[in-house]
Design a protein around this ligand. Sequence first.
Ligand SMILES: [Zn+2]
Length: 459
Amino acid sequence: MSMELSSEDIFNAVLAFLWVVYVWETYLSYRQRELYRSSVGKIPVELDGVLEEETFEKARLYNLDRSVFGFWSGLYSQITTSLILVFGGIPFLWRISGSLIAQFGLDAEYEITQSMVFLVGSVLYSTIDGLPWSIYSTFVIEELHGFNKQTLGFFFKDMVKKLVVSLALALPIIAALLYIIKIGGDYFFVYVWMFTLFISLSLITVYADYIAPLFDKFTPLPDGDLKSQIESLAAGIDFPLKKLFVVEGSKRSSHSNAYFYGFFKNKRIVLFDTLLEDFAPMNKESEEAKPEVPSPEGEKLGDKEKKKIGCNNNEILAVLGHELGHWKLSHNLKNLVIGQFNTFFCFMVFGLLMNRSELYEAFGFTSQPTLIGLLIIFQFIFSPYNELLSFCMTVLSRKFEFEADRFAKSLGRAAPLRSALVKLNKDNLGFPISDWLYSTWHYSHPPLIERMKALEKEE
Ligand SMILES: [Zn+2]
């Protein structure tokens, strides 16, 4: 079969597909947004008596605000991306990078150096481009709904730190990757796959001890009831728990979470302080005289009953029962294996396409730099495949969530897990109603009510 696509055809197809995805996702968000708008006071019967009208209304307004924000930021980025493609922003940045290294006497032979400059340039561009949106999201929307705990100073320091750390990691890795592709011969994708496997395993290893602590404070969970209960839960299912940390997530936001990580016999559990009733600083603050914060509806919070966030010990154990279910059922391992197959497959196809000049010409290039080939093929040519894969992974993730819930249930923790799910949903202002099409496409976790129903079954 010969491919007779001209470079114009390729470009137009890529641009058209970008818009098809955009229109589809905008349509889905519209459906969900209309649900936020139309469900004033319509608490689902399943949550009658569990979810107060006030919380429901707060969640509705919060999610509506987020959705409207998502519409505008999505529209902006869709338009800028299209303009960048149409007006040749990518070859423009590539030329600038070339003339920058030329200042130091390096010519086009120094492709990897030019690629590094190009990467720094594009990361800086996208950071600055996204900055107003990210500021608005954190300091207007999250702030208005009582989630934001960051100061502007913390926000900027955090952003610069993230930028420096991610560039320091990404630049040498990508430089090595480009080098391997250059010298790897016909079967370069085998070496590339081994290299990316090695890199991802090393990153997992060093992330916890050396990278995550740069951003957040991890403290060991102090001795006490909770700690000994967690340890016996872990021991009961042979989970090799080595360390138990509380992370100060409350410095960023009052959204809550828990997770575990680590290899083989060296597992750690991390609990967000906002998940723990007894640790969340917000609970402690509210006991003192706290300056009153106006809620979105304009009324004052805080002078009513003290609103505690987080879960009690039994609920935390149920949440961990769920998390450990992910481990017991090898969900992470399964995801890793799928990821490895995907990497191998994609680089193999990349190998078949990387020398086709029409792909580069489609995006305004007369030369064929490897980095640009990666960008064009992985981001644009593969985008239908990427969309399909990401949908399948979302479906798989929901299946895993049900399985982990079932595991917690098999430990006899269905009831506290149900109440924990409701509490977390309240604390995070999750909205309990979702459009079926929207949630099918986007939700990595099943909707609250479906999880509650599944936990109730055969009990
Ligand atoms: Zn889960």
